[in-house]
Design a protein around this ligand. Sequence first.
Ligand code: NAD
Length: 314
Amino acid sequence: MKILLSGGAGFIGSHLAEELLSRGHTVLCADDLSLGTETNLSVLKGRRGFAFVTADLRSLRATESVFRKQRFDCVFHLAANSDIQAGERDMTLDLGRTFMTTVNLLSCMKRHGVKQLVFASSSAVYGELPGRISENSGPLQPISYYGAAKLASEAYISAFCRQCGAKAWIIRFPNVIGPRATHGVILDFVKKLKKDPRRLEVLGNGRQFKPYLHVDDLVRAILHVWGKSRGELNCFNVAGRGRTRVSRIAGEVAAASGLKGVKIRYGKSDRGWKGDVPQFDYSLDKITASGWRARLLSDAAVKKAVREIWSENR
Ligand SMILES: NC(=O)c1ccc[n+]([C@@H]2O[C@H](COP(=O)([O-])OP(=O)(O)OC[C@H]3O[C@@H](n4cnc5c(N)ncnc54)[C@H](O)[C@@H]3O)[C@@H](O)[C@H]2O)c1
């Protein structure tokens, strides 16, 4: 298939592009390189079926020029503002990078008759719902502009499917970890320890407790549901089994560094920053029933990703 992948220079996008190419698809990555990197693209350049275009998808004209390059069968939309804290400081960031990129892609899909969309959504759409959250849980009241822009995008995608007879797969990722990370708790800890090998400051009290999913498992999940479910609008939670505390992640990073006597200092708040959801738990019944399950539990995914991120930031 001919695929347009927005956000392909990012952490998850670059892994997804690799796997799509391995499965014989052609992939055009569109990214404005605001958060994605040339390093992430270097693993893709030269591969058969791969092309890259620098484009800011907040602009309809720039998005339209990407669609004029070829006729796509499917759009994988991963471009977004992935920096939740920056979104709190400037509430137009998520509006532009997450929501408007969605609207512009939908608008071009309509004009060019593209009928399939896979959307990278997030657990952030649920806000702070208690208990095990299923795809039908509600009310959906996000506590970050990031979550709000993802939810608004989901709503537009739902309407688009009804209006244009298209199919969409909305996949609500948990915390995703692994090599080529551009952000996230593990990279943050690794960078801090590189800067000051004696101490590690943790944002929040370290008791935050969430599911972590290795990017290899996530990519398998995305391609699994895309291939399997055939409804008009398909929505899935995805995660590995179990959850991991931030204090455990800090311990893993300190251990992987090989440094002696690292002092781990915790904050007082139950959360790392405004908009951070400190604890959540997913029901995975729907994706499990479809025949997918993660190879790695949350703790094992953390252990693996810590080793990978530490070694690439050596
Ligand atoms: N990493 C996670 O834990 C996680 C969790 C839930 C959801 N997600 C979602 O998955 C997707 C990928 O996340 P990631 O972790 O790889 O983040 P990332 O920041 O590495 O990737 C996002 C990419 O989008 C690009 N981008 C941003 N604005 C753009 C614009 N206007 N035009 C074109 N490109 C633009 C960035 O340059 C970047 O390469 C995002 O939609 C994110 O919200 C990620």
